[in-house]
Design a protein around this ligand. Structure first.
Ligand SMILES: [Zn+2]
Length: 425
């Protein structure tokens, strides 16, 4: 019978209920099945021995570039890259052309994702009209159109009074704000972290303060308004400290970090390679250590890719002129394992929790669990598979990876969305 699978002999890891055991997992008619309720002979057997069977990964921070820039990425190519990376759902950022600040754009994205998406796509809506930071976007109609959160990602509302009103509305509508924390009068013109390396390389520095000012402002505003604040791509030690203190006080704040901020520092820019240019910039080794500590103690809730594809010709220019951003969907799992599991900061179940169960919980999305009856959104990971990152082989249209040539261990060998195989290595 088709659609009936027996994933046999794998290590079943389900952080939603603390399950971690060798066994068989059954999928029937798009859902995780209870084997006792169905006859055994009709299952298609998939060997999962030596592998981890886990809930599908969920990425809260992806730029699919559609509508507007299909030469960089499309919903079709971006979601195929996601499936190859072990993801079953991605949250799409609204800095498209046009920006996702109107219900009809959200409708277009949802329709397109239904037709062409290999994995689930959850759109976000802008906080401000055109992401200009001047006027409120129609938050209520955006929610009605199906957005899962509000964000001006790539930009940040500078006016604290407007941000307060945005938070009041978001709190009323019950949706979180995903904040790109950047005070642009401080970061203005910077292309890399301000510190030793920016002086050595003669590049305009971007002070940590630019991020920390907004993290602290937004924590205060979230406390005042009761809005749920999620700080995107934390990159500095000071930001980790601010979020840690806020959580202790009981403020509704969560945070994410990217694999590249966990694995790399500003010293990587020594060759002026634009594939290491991203926003926020790579920090110092002290920042990186603080981010690892933040992941370890739960201050940072989850890992998100900030997958930001660009055309090669756009990146093949002088450092100052290149756009910010790197791709990440197809390397996130292995780079995270390299930074966190190999170093024994997290074990595999804890890593999967931060890549699946926690992101699902923070946005209230389906997934992140393997309990019977749940949609069969899952990934089979071979934790020992060694491979070399070759951006030319990516399913993403973007080749702008800072990890080209890296020897990594661990890879998704099968991804299933609602019981349908969307990736098989
Ligand atoms: Zn951002």
């Amino acid at each position: 019978m088709s659609g009936f699978y027996r994933l046999a002999g794998g290590r079943i890891v389900d952080p939603s209920c603390g399950r971690d055991e060798i066994g068989d997992l059954f999928v029937a008619a798009g859902r995780i099945a209870d084997p006792a309720s169905l006859p055994q002979e009709s299952w298609e057997r998939i060997d999962a021995s030596g592998c981890i069977v886990a809930p599908g990964l969920i990425d809260l921070h992806v730029h699919l570039r559609e509508p507007g820039d299909p030469q960089k990425e499309t919903i079709a190519s971006g979601t195929r890259a996601a499936a190859a990376g072990g993801f079953t759902a991605v949250v799409a950022m609204p800095n498209t052309r046009p920006p996702a600040d109107q219900p009809n754009t959200i409708g277009w994205i949802r329709e397109r994702a239904k037709e062409q998406g290999a994995v689930r796509v959850y759109p976000t809506g802008c906080l401000s009209e055109g992401r200009k930071g001047e006027k409120l976007a129609p938050l209520g109609s955006l929610r009605a159109a199906g957005v899962v959160a509000f964000t001006d990602d790539g930009g940040c509302i500078q006016d604290a009074g407007l941000m307060r009103r945005v938070m009041e509305y978001a709190a009323m509508l019950g949706l979180p704000i995903l904040e790109h924390c950047e005070e642009t009068s401080v970061s203005g013109g910077g292309t890399m972290h301000e510190g030793y390396w920016s002086t050595v390389l003669g590049l305009r520095g971007w002070p940590s303060l630019a991020e920390e000012l907004i993290v602290s402002r937004d924590i205060l505003l979230a406390e005042l308004t009761g809005a749920r604040l999620h700080c995107q791509h934390l990159s500095t030690a000071g930001s980790v400290r601010l979020v840690r203190e806020a959580k202790r006080r009981g403020v509704a704040v969560s945070a994410e970090v990217t694999p590249h901020h966990l694995a790399l520092t500003d010293g990587a820019l020594v060759d002026y390679d634009t594939n290491f240019k991203m926003n926020p910039p790579l920090g110092s080794e002290a920042d990186r250590e603080a981010l690892l500590e933040g992941i370890a103690d739960g201050t940072i809730d989850l890992i998100a890719s900030d997958h930001a594809p660009h055309c090669s010709f756009e990146k093949e220019v002088e450092f100052d002129r290149a756009p910010f951003g790197v791709v990440g969907l197809e390397t996130m799992l292995a780079v995270s394992a390299d930074a966190l599991v190999k170093t024994k900061i997290l074990d595999w179940p804890a890593l999967i929790q931060r890549l699946s169960t926690v992101p699902a919980r923070i946005l209230g999305l389906p997934g992140g669990t393997l309990t019977a009856g749940a949609p069969a959104d899952l990934v089979v990971i071979d934790p020992n598979l060694e491979w070399i990152v070759d951006p030319q082989a990516f399913l993403s249209r973007g080749r702008n990876s800072p990890f080209a040539g890296w020897e990594l261990r661990g890879r998704a060998i099968l991804t299933m969305v609602e019981g349908k195989i969307v990736w098989r290595l």
